[in-house]
Design a protein around this ligand. Structure first.
Ligand code: HEC
Length: 103
């Protein structure tokens, strides 16, 4: 009985983690396309964007920290988004970009 219970608990954790990261991916994609305006300047295959004001994200494949930095502080002509997007939204869009640019 005890073994069965802990097995269920572990299974739950795996399924739960999976669905929360999928959720973050979807929220991040929404921000990329809409409130974050990223798609107006960047190409990213998963988002269907083909702009080339900024670097093609499928080519530079930035990790999550690199995206958080550039979006929070701005870089070159890219405007900082902190204040426009919340920290949580920046995390979500950074998660999305780091995952989606791998494909
Ligand atoms: C006004 C156009 C514009 C918008 C909007 C924009 N970017 Fe950028 N982005 C740029 C440009 C230009 C660069 C290159 C800056 C440089 O290296 O001087 C850049 C660079 C980057 C980089 C690479 C940073 C590095 O370390 O080299 C990432 C990642 C990035 N943008 C992600 C995003 C995300 C995510 C969004 C949406 C929240 C976004 N950008 C919105 C124009 C834009």
């Amino acid at each position: 009985m005890k073994i069965k219970l802990s097995f269920l608990l572990i299974l739950n954790l795996i399924v739960f983690n999976q669905s929360t990261s999928d959720e973050m991916f979807n929220i991040g994609k929404e921000i990329f396309l809409n409130s974050g305006n990223c798609a107006t300047c960047h190409s990213l295959k998963d988002a269907g964007s083909i702009a080339n004001v900024g670097p093609n994200l499928n080519e530079i494949r930035p990790n999550i920290g690199r995206v958080i930095n550039s979006v929070t502080n701005g870089i070159g002509v890219m405007p900082a988004q902190l204040g426009i997007l919340s920290e949580k939204e920046i995390e979500a869009v950074a998660y999305y970009v780091s995952e989606a640019s791998m494909n």
